[in-house]
Design a protein around this ligand. Structure first.
Ligand SMILES: Cc1cc2nc3c(=O)[nH]c(=O)nc-3n(C[C@H](O)[C@H](O)[C@H](O)COP(=O)(O)OP(=O)(O)OC[C@H]3O[C@@H](n4cnc5c(N)ncnc54)[C@H](O)[C@@H]3O)c2cc1C
Length: 232
C-alpha cells in the first residue's frame, strides 16, 4: 500500500514574473507625457499613487506562482477573484497521499474571540491528540479512496472520502495590485492600518509571496508597507 506523507509546509515558488517598478511609472506617466520610457523610478510618484489609491498603474505586470498547499488553504486562496488559477484535478488524476498536519509549535488554542483571535500553543498532550486524530482520519480515508479506485470507481466519486487537509497543487497568476490586496488580507502585521486575522496556513504561503514580490518590485513594495499595507 502507498505510504502516507504528513507535512506542515506550504510551498510557494515564483515560476515567472513580468514585473518592475518602472512599468508602474511608465503606465502612470502616459496620462501627462504620452508614450514615455522612464530611466529612473521616482519613489515619490509611486508613494503618491499608492496613497491616492490610483491603482491601475500597478496592474501592468504579472506574477505566476506554483503553490502546494492543503485544500482548506486553496479554498481561501481561490476567493481572490482578481487573479487566475489552474489546479490539479481530483477528477482526472489520483491525488497525492500527502496530508497537512500542524507542527507542535503551531498555536491552536484560541484565548481571544472569533473576530480577534489570540492563539496560543496547545499542551503536548492536546497536540498529540490532534496529531493522532489527523493521522487516523487520513489513513482511513486514504484506504477507502484506494479501495474504491481498485473497485473501478471513478476518481471523482472516490475522492469524496478525502479530507480537506489533503495537499493539492496549482499555478496562480496575479498582478501587483491584486497581490497587494491579497497580502493586506492574508498577512497579519503591526504595520497594517486595517489589521487582518488570517488563518496561519494561508499566511505561511502569503509570507512567501510577499518576499518574492518585494524582490521584483522593491519601490512598490516599500510604498505598500509605508502606506500601512493598504492596496491601492
Ligand atoms: C480573515 C478573513 C476572514 C474571512 N472570512 C470569510 C468568511 O467567513 N466567509 C466568506 O465567505 N469569506 C471570508 N473571507 C473571504 C473574503 O470575504 C474575500 O472573499 C477574500 O478575502 C477575497 O478578497 P477580495 O474580494 O478583496 O479579493 P478579490 O476577489 O481578488 O477582489 C479584489 C477586489 O476587487 C473588487 N471586487 C472583486 N469582485 C467584486 C465584486 N463582485 N463586486 C465588487 N467589487 C469586486 C473589490 O474591491 C475587491 O477587494 C475572509 C477573508 C479573510 C481575510
Amino acid at each position: 500500500m502507498t505510504e502516507i506523507e504528513f507535512s506542515s509546509k506550504i510551498t510557494v515558488k515564483l515560476v515567472r514574473a513580468m514585473a518592475s517598478d518602472d512599468m508602474v511609472v511608465q503606465a502612470a506617466q502616459v496620462s501627462s507625457k504620452g508614450e514615455n520610457s522612464p530611466d529612473t523610478v521616482p519613489e515619490r510618484l509611486i508613494r503618491a499613487l499608492m496613497a491616492g489609491k490610483h491603482g491601475s498603474p500597478f496592474e501592468h505586470n504579472a506574477f505566476t506562482f506554483f503553490v502546494e498547499a492543503p485544500i482548506f488553504v486553496f479554498r481561501e486562496w481561490q476567493r481572490h477573484r482578481i487573479s487566475s488559477f489552474n489546479e490539479m484535478s481530483g477528477r482526472y488524476t489520483e491525488l497525492l497521499p500527502k496530508f497537512y498536519a500542524p507542527s507542535e509549535d503551531r498555536p491552536m488554542v484560541n484565548l481571544g474571540t472569533k473576530m480577534k483571535p489570540d492563539f496560543t500553543r496547545a499542551t503536548p498532550d492536546v497536540w498529540l491528540g490532534v496529531r493522532w486524530q489527523l493521522g487516523s482520519v487520513a489513513l482511513e480515508s486514504w484506504v477507502s479512496y484506494q479501495r474504491m479506485l481498485s473497485n473501478g470507481v471513478a476518481h471523482e466519486v472516490a475522492r469524496m472520502v478525502l479530507p480537506v487537509n489533503i495537499y493539492s497543487q496549482m499555478y496562480w497568476t496575479v498582478n501587483a495590485r491584486s497581490l497587494m490586496n491579497f497580502l493586506s488580507l492574508r498577512v497579519e502585521s503591526d504595520d497594517s492600518h486595517v489589521r487582518s486575522y488570517p488563518q496561519l496556513e494561508i499566511e505561511y504561503g502569503a509570507a512567501q509571496v510577499e518576499a518574492l514580490f518585494a524582490v521584483q518590485m522593491p519601490a512598490t513594495y516599500a510604498a505598500f508597507v509605508a502606506g500601512g499595507r493598504v492596496a491601492p
